[in-house]
Design a binder for this molecule. Structure first.
Ligand code: 6GU
Length: 228
């Protein structure tokens, strides 16, 4: 069982995404648990303030250290975390090998950033890992958290019906997945490659490997000489 606590100022945004399809199955099978924690519960004063103007001036609010500190300490008093991850565009870019590694944990916390980011002292003293989901800017870390939980959750053993299915995904071996087809074999004069209809398993496997390599050379040659 992997348990993921997501700390956010927008809990409503995260309610539905984990209630469908593969992530729902993971939850039903007790392989994955996702808890949403509303950071505003730890906000200061009667307005439950969680952000403030930045020192030195400049546009945009910054998430304050104290509510985040109190939230993390409260959660840590109940369980031990393998990682406390801050989702931020300047973090390490997520890839399949990072998702694989994270799927081996028991308990992780995700902190969703907002506004201009969080007080640097949170990052210096409380966060153990920083992750970005790509080189573009999102309004908040919540959508990134959904992506991260999805990429990790589907890797947990037993989540996918066909155990080999996650292994044959694109990127799992630094190759894009080969093309796939289903019935009918002919549509509108468009044909399915004949080898796939042959029933010859070894030849089909050979065709798929070749097609995966060709597709990767054409679309993502960078993957073929990358380490991760
Ligand atoms: Cl993790 N957060 C935000 N706000 N923007 C992003 C991101 C994360 N990853 C890419 N862009």
């Amino acid at each position: 069982m992997l348990s993921i606590d997501v700390v956010t100022v927008l809990p409503e945004l995260l309610k539905s995404p984990f209630e469908h399809s593969i992530l729902k199955r993971a939850k039903d099978k007790k392989l994955l648990e996702v808890n949403i924690i509303d950071l505003r519960q730890f906000g200061l004063g009667k307005n439950r303030q969680v952000d403030d103007y930045q020192y030195g001036g400049g546009a945009g609010m910054v998430m304050m250290v104290e509510p985040i500190f109190n939230c993390i300490k409260e959660l840590q008093s109940k369980s031990e975390y393998d990682e406390i991850i801050y989702l931020t565009p300047d973090g390490d870019t997520l890839n399949q090998s990072k998702a694989n590694a994270l799927s081996l944990n028991k308990k992780i916390m995700l902190l969703c950033g907002h506004y201009k980011g969080i007080d640097q002292r949170v990052r210096d003293h409380l966060i153990t890992m920083e992750i970005s989901i790509g080189d573009y800017v999102l309004s908040g870390g919540e959508t990134a958290a959904i992506v991260l939980v999805d990429s990790i959750g589907r890797l947990l053993p037993g989540v996918l019906n066909d155990e080999s299915s996650a292994l044959s995904d694109s990127f799992q071996d630094n190759l894009l997945a080969p093309p796939v087809y289903t019935r009918p074999a002919q549509f509108n004069g468009w044909e399915v490659p004949e080898i796939l209809l042959s029933g010859h398993d070894a030849k089909i496997e050979e065709w798929r490997t070749k097609a995966a390599i060709e597709r990767t050379e054409k679309l993502r040659p960078d993957l073929l000489d990358s380490e991760s």
